[in-house]
Structure formats: C-alpha cells, structure tokens
Ligand binder design. Structure first.
Ligand code: HEC
Length: 392
C-alpha cells in the first residue's frame, strides 16, 4: 500500500528540466529579476540561479512530488536557499540570500517556453555566420549551450559543426522589431540576469559581431549578402598582433598590448618601431630566402658562421637595401654588393677578388674580378646555387 502511494507521488512530480525566469518580491516590490536553469535526475536537482547582476549561484537540491528545494553558493560568498512547490510550469516559494548581499522574499519562476516560430526561420550557408558568429562570437557560449551542458535546457543551442541548426536556434532569440533588445545580446551582457553570468563585454569584438548578425536577420538580409560577408574591423590589439607577427615574426610585448589598449592611436608609432628593429630585417631576409633559396646549412660546426656568410650575400644585400631605404629595384640593379670580414675570410671558399671589408657589419663594396654588378643576380652565392649546365 505504501509502495503504491509512493509511486503515485513520484509520478506526479513536476518536470523541472528547463530554463526558468521570474522575480523575487517582498511586500509587493520587486527585489530582483531571476533566471535559472535546472537539471533534474530522479529526486536530484542541480542548476544555476542568477539574481539581478549578482554572481551566479550554483545550486543543488531535491524534488519530491510537488515539493522542491535547493540551495547554493556564489563566487561572492553569498548563500541562496529556496523551498517551495512546483505547480504546472511554475515554481513558487520562500527565497533567502545571505552574505554580502541579503534578500528575503517570494521567488516565483516560470518555465521559459520558447514557442516554435510561426514560419521557419530563413537559414543559409553564410560564411559570416560560420566564421564570425560561430567561430568567434558564440565560441565561449558553447561551453554551456550544448547538449549535456549547464544550459542544455535553454533556448540557445550551439551545435558545433552545424551552422544551420545554430542559426535556427539563434533566430528565436532575435527581436526583429527591436534588434537592440534581443535576448541574444542582453543575456550574455548580463543586462538580463543570465544563468551563465556576464560572458561578453559591451562593444567587444564578439558583441559587435552579434549586433551585425542580429541586424542582418532583423532586416532579412542574412542570406542575400551572397558571398560578400560584411567585414569586421579588427580591434587595435588584434591588429597589432598581426602586424608584429608579420613584421618581426613574434608577438607584441605585454607592455605594448597594454599601451594600445589604453590608446589605440599608438598603433602607428609601435609599427614604426617594429620597422626599425633588427628583427624586421631578419624577417625580410627570411621571406626573401623562401623565394631565392640561397641559404645553405653547413656540414661542419666550425664553419657554420662562415657558410652562412658566404651564402647569405644575396639576402644581406636585400637587407642593406631595405635598411637604408634604397629603391627596391636595386635588388636587380645595384652596382655594388655587400660583404663583411667573415664573408671574405676563406679565400678557398670565396676566391673572387673584391674590395676588402673590415668588421662584422655588412658594408657595400665591389667585386674586382671584372663581373658587372646586377643586384642579387651577380652575387657569388647566387651563381653557385643557381648554376646552369656546362654548355653555357
Ligand atoms: C557558464 C555557462 C554559460 C555560458 C558560457 C553562456 N551561457 Fe547563456 N545561459 C546559461 C544558462 C544556465 C541559461 C539559462 C538561464 C537563463 O535564462 O539565464 C542561459 C540562457 C541564455 C539565454 C536565454 C535563452 C532563453 O531561454 O531565452 C541566452 C540568449 C543566452 N544564454 C545567451 C548566451 C550567449 C550569447 C553566450 C555566449 C556569448 C552564453 N549565453 C554563454 C549559461 C551560460
């Protein structure tokens, strides 16, 4: 008899698996807007509760029939307790917050039920959606808004590898009449209490990308901009990373990133400094060697520096032209070459008559063996690496 009763009670128990929204009120006044996500397994309940802008509470609790309770902590050290009943799609009961913020009132939550749209949303294969919206803006959302994630029951579902399904899910969260009020924007900014807390910063790259997509959807243009996906300007710090990698082959220093965060106008002067650096010249030589393929590895360790000097001549000439702001056409027309003492040291390996060079710095000079100068084309290493056959 008891067993039967228990089964009856169990089967009447509410299904709490959902995203919920509501308020805590006391004596008729609203203390906080609330969003929650609950995951129920048997009598066990776990989830998150977001009150206003406060850090999110991670809660655990139980559900027996209509009676539900849960409690939890947030990162601010506050505790949240709630006990009440589940009736239909509503939870109602007494809530209490203790700690740095204190609150006591009646929490009423309703299941946020997302009606399927009257017309299926217009979706399409969009490189902007796949690359920018999914690849950049929604990438952190996928930590929770996926099957099995803490936000599995919320309307937003990021389906990795399926941009069309993700577009459909996002569509429901866009307010086409008032794009700026879209839940897709307000939730991650924590302008509406968000079970995931604040995930985006207003004005950030991610926020701007979401704005762009929302505006395209609201004006029905998300599929018409065939191929010409809107370009997103990079933030100054991202641009600096690119410039630094291109120009110097390494990332900017932290201090330089700090500098540009505080003052995006610093971009030009930082790039100017990069262009004055030795790393820039190394990079120029590396890039040209990819085309000229003149560098050689050495066979013995002792001669390595000498080998790199002998085979570096053409690249050092290019480096000299760039460093001294000479016309780039001199790569093929310069009536001089460059040399240093290491380059000339071994007359067996570099047997051609030449004006002597002193010191390790590469300096302009001339061959005295009668060859006409023609930029890199008349450098010794170039002849040797790109020789022709014996018939000419
Ligand atoms: C740490 C986990 C977490 C992350 C990360 C997260 N969310 Fe959420 N989100 C939740 C939870 C939990 C809910 C359900 C409670 C609620 O409605 O706030 C939710 C709800 C939402 C909703 C409301 C959906 C509905 O049912 O109407 C939107 C919109 C949303 N999130 C957008 C985002 C966006 C956009 C991102 C990424 C920029 C993001 N979230 C990242 C946890 C997360």
């Amino acid at each position: 008899m008891t067993l039967l009763l228990l089964t009856a009670v169990r089967s009447a128990s509410a299904d709490l698996n959902a995203a919920w929204e509501g308020t805590i009120t006391s004596k008729g006044s609203n203390l906080a807007d609330v969003a929650a996500a609950l995951n129920q397994s048997g009598a066990q309940v776990i989830g998150t509760v977001a009150l206003g802008q406060d850090p999110v509470f991670n809660v655990t609790g139980s559900a027996h029939g209509k009676r539900v309770k849960f409690r939890g902590l947030n990162s601010g050290g506050s505790t949240f307790t709630w006990a009440g009943t589940a009736v239909g799609d509503q939870l109602r009961g007494k809530a209490k917050v203790r700690g740095s913020s204190r609150m006591r009132g009646t929490l009423v939550l309703s299941k946020s039920i997302v009606e399927p749209p009257a017309q299926p949303p217009q979706t399409c294969d969009s490189s902007f959606f796949t690359g920018q919206v999914m690849g950049v803006a929604l990438s952190r959302c996928a930590g929770c808004h996926v099957a099995g994630g803490t936000a599995a029951n919320a309307a937003l579902r990021v389906t990795l590898g399926d941009p069309i399904a993700t577009q459909e899910s996002v569509d429901n969260l866009i307010d086409k009449q008032d794009p700026d009020s879209s839940r897709l924007l307000k939730k991650p900014l924590n302008l509406l209490p968000h079970g995931g807390g604040q995930q985006l910063v207003a004005g950030s790259n991610e926020d701007q990308i979401l704005h762009q997509w929302i505006n395209l959807v609201a004006t029905g243009q998300q599929c018409s901009a065939s191929g010409d996906s809107p370009m997103m300007p990079m933030s100054a710090s991202e641009l600096l990373v690119r410039a630094s990698m291109d120009v110097r082959g390494k990332r900017p220093a932290l201090a330089e990133l700090d500098q540009i965060e505080g003052n995006t106008g610093a971009y030009e002067s930082l790039v100017d400094q990069y262009l004055q650096s030795d790393e820039f010249l190394d990079r120029v030589k590396d890039v040209y060697d990819d085309a000229l393929l003149v560098r050689r590895e050495d066979f013995t360790d002792e001669a390595r520096d000498e080998t790199s000097a002998i085979y570096g001549e053409a690249l050092e000439l290019i480096g000299y032209i760039v460093k001294n702001d000479r016309p780039l056409t001199e790569m093929g027309t310069a009536t001089y070459t460059v040399a240093n003492d290491l380059f000339q040291r071994d007359v067996n390996r570099m047997p051609y008559m030449m004006e002597p060079a002193t010191g390790s710095a590469w300096q302009p000079g001339h061959y005295l063996d009668g060859r006409p100068h023609a930029g890199v084309l008349s450098t010794s290493a170039f002849y040797q690496v790109w020789d022709t056959n014996n018939t000419n």
